[in-house]
Design a protein around this ligand. Structure first.
Ligand code: TYD
Length: 134
């Protein structure tokens, strides 16, 4: 599946680099929630779900990790290893995050508050809904 990468503007000077992110400018939705994943245990994967309506942008602000996105028909893998790049993940996309480096910090910007009823955690249910909605 086609991946949507957001290139943030790096403000670089002799002191280092800075990236600024504002609602609805760099990010195509209003940010309602921010969370980050860190201190990842070796060889452990996360995610394994899709969201009915939530949109997210994933930014690996330190270190690196792989993200697998699956539309139900096509899969793509992306290595997030640059704090100036964000990976947009729309609704109804299955995601798995794996191969975290020891120092990885994965920042997630989300369009809604946490809501367990928005999750689809069963892959066959995900495929069923995708096929039904085609
Ligand atoms: P989980 O959904 O398992 O993480 P991942 O998608 O990365 O595999 O979330 C881990 C725990 O954190 C789970 O108990 C739900 C809770 N949680 C919140 O309370 N708020 C949040 O915004 C998120 C993403 C998770």
């Amino acid at each position: 599946m086609e991946l949507s990468i957001i290139n943030f503007r790096e403000m670089a000077d002799e002191r280092g680099k800075l990236v600024a992110i504002e609602n609805k400018k760099e990010i195509p939705f209003e940010i309602k929630r921010v969370y980050y994943i860190y201190d990842n245990k070796e060889n452990l994967s996360r995610g394994f779900h899709a969201h009915k309506s939530l949109e997210q942008v994933l930014i690996c602000v330190h270190g690196s990790c792989y993200v697998l996105l699956d539309s139900g028909e096509e899969k793509s893998t992306y290595l997030l290893d640059d704090p100036s790049k964000g990976l947009y993940v729309g609704n109804m996309v299955w995601r798995e995050m794996y191969g975290f480096s020891d120092d990885a910090v994965l920042l997630v910007l989300a369009s809604k508050e946490h809501d367990e009823s928005d999750y689809i955690r069963d892959y066959s249910e995900f495929l069923l809904i995708k096929r039904r909605n085609k």
